[in-house]
Design a protein around this ligand. Sequence first.
Ligand SMILES: [Fe+2]
Length: 291
Amino acid sequence: MSINDLLAEESLEDGLAHFKKLMETGAATSDLWHKHKNGSNRCLTVSAVKLSETRVLGFCKNITDRKQAEDELRQTLESLRNAVSATIQVLISAVEARDPYTAGHQMRTADLARAIATEMGLPGEKIDGIRIASSIHDIGKLSIPAEILSKPTKLSEVEFSLIKEHSRIGYEILKGVQSPWLLAEIIYQHHERMDGSGYPRNLKGDEILIEARILAVCDVVESMASHRPYRPSLGIEKALEEIEKNRGTLYDTGAVDACLRLFREKRYQFEKGLILNGNPHRNFIPKIAGP
Ligand SMILES: [Fe+2]
């Protein structure tokens, strides 16, 4: 009887590796799919020790039920991720339909946030969360009258206080969305500042999530570097000077340093980042990594 008769096709490679390890080290444990004589496959944990060159002692435990439960859990997680992606895509389209300016701002901000989080060495799961939250961070502006959002002149105090409501409203919109990330909270905090001078809750330093601290830097840089209804672009250099000048007081030092490195040493450009995704208005939400 050969290994081909014992093991299912998907476990043949693992089976050979198991045998090699057993011969070389004297012991091996692997989960392998075994062909049962009734025609079905069973997953077994196979533990073996080498007694001599010709004798091996092995134990098997049937773990088929556990494997199937793990598979079902993986599929459930996958569909939860897909559902979140679809929800976010709908929110992006809603903003796009009403306010293309904000939609473009969110896309560019999200791409820079992803680049900074990667530059800072954050784990993949956090990078996904930052990118997704950033892509809808101004969703709360849906509730603000369009005339105020696109007003070409200076805003009155009342108008400005209405605009400031958008981070709280964004939180309210997102707080019911089940997702593996703190999307609602990141959006709630994206106008907070390290010294407590931000809004709406005057959070300080570590009270602000790292995701929101990164988003704050990107939001400022993208806004200053882009045209606004009430002023032309101030240019990327001015934007970088702003974060450099307020590094540690308003903005997170690590996020500022990573941002400066990206633009000044690694030649990051907003447009370049978006080209990587093809059409910036399509397929923006990344395929979210599984566990
Ligand atoms: Fe905002």
